[in-house]
Design a protein around this ligand. Sequence first.
Ligand SMILES: Cc1cc2nc3c(=O)[nH]c(=O)nc-3n(C[C@H](O)[C@H](O)[C@H](O)COP(=O)(O)OP(=O)(O)OC[C@H]3O[C@@H](n4cnc5c(N)ncnc54)[C@H](O)[C@@H]3O)c2cc1C
Length: 401
Amino acid sequence: MPRPLPDRAASFVREIRSFTDEHIVPLERELGAHGFVALVPKLEALRSKAKERGLWAPFLPKDLGGQGLTLLEYAHVSEALGRSPVAHYVFNCQAPDVGNMELLHMFGTDAQKERFLGPLTRGETRSSFGMTEPEHAGSNPVWLSTRARKDGDDYVIDGHKWFTSSFEGSAFCIVMAVTEPDAPMHARASQIIVPTDTPGLRFVRNLPVMGEAGGGWASHAEIVLEGVRVPQSNRIGPEGSGFLLAQERLGPGRIHHAMRWIGVAERCFELMCTRAATRELSPGKPLGTKDTIQGWIADSRAEIDASRLLVLDAAEQMDREGAAASRDAISIVKFYVAGMLDRVMDRALQTHGGLGMLDDTPIAWWYRHERAARIYDGPDEVHKSSLAKRILSRHGMKKRD
Ligand SMILES: Cc1cc2nc3c(=O)[nH]c(=O)nc-3n(C[C@H](O)[C@H](O)[C@H](O)COP(=O)(O)OP(=O)(O)OC[C@H]3O[C@@H](n4cnc5c(N)ncnc54)[C@H](O)[C@@H]3O)c2cc1C
């Protein structure tokens, strides 16, 4: 790797990598064959072990039970976790909980922190985040139909959400709902905590992502809210701040995803190289003697290294200047690293031939689940367009919309 690891991160990376290789990688076949839910008892035991070893939630501040790493330090750790599909879960670093923890930590009231954040940071509960609606383009997050109307001290919420990741089994969902319908578009919605056992909150189905509906943390739900009543004190932040807070939540979240994708790409790369070096096309002639495969290996090595540098630079800038000042870096990382991941996973799968289509390696699992990297938290095209518009405005282009 072309950049030295900060000292504190280096020891975390060493320990997390050996923990992952020793305890989590051996579970991958079972994950592929039986799905996430069947693994939960073993994963819970590993979570306790991660806590005992002082490796729990490295991104969280120490007073919340984490290890207090900076974003730059955590970037290295997250890459190590990305080596296996459920490693982030074992260390309580999984989306969407990370984003929800950061949101509640930054903007939650004391009561919200005690009731919702504490159990989440301790790994006693899980959470979900419901913004996207089937009826509206998720790429335009200010256009929502879900409505929260005031009634006494409560909100009564009606709406329809989908792709609510990890909803099944979550203790609460942070729901984005319009509370100020007459305000400008960007100031209409608020984020409201809805405990999942609230009457009127209905689970419709887990969406079959590339044919796999999954379960528990590894699922994406469609849900309906009909007359869901929660106290107004469950709103996070001021009225109408939902979109602003979503940007705050998504800024670091996008970097977190990109850090993980580097780890996924590295593991796919390792598997690709091992297969190319050992799979013989004829006696004494491995796949790796072919120009095409050599080209894939060289391109992948260069693209992963370039991506890592972009991610580390973005993390460093965010540590130094915050999310708002790092918007260009965040957009670049989001579309560039997602594209790199897509290409490296595809080359690794192709190199394995028919074996690549099976769950005997983790490549197929990632292929099903990580294709979405180019769609969620803003599709590639949206990030490219907003980056280009910011650059053009610095060159004098006037805004028309
Ligand atoms: C696996 C997965 C997990 C998810 N988890 C969550 C979650 O936990 N919570 C949640 O609220 N949402 C979640 N989402 C939803 C996700 O955020 C949306 O899918 C995303 O915002 C895109 O919205 P859309 O699907 O409605 O696509 P649309 O907005 O309909 O866009 C379709 C396509 O149009 C193109 N496009 C869109 N806008 C532009 C533009 N301005 N210029 C050029 N082209 C454009 C893009 O290619 C885009 O892919 C998840 C999605 C997936 C796939």
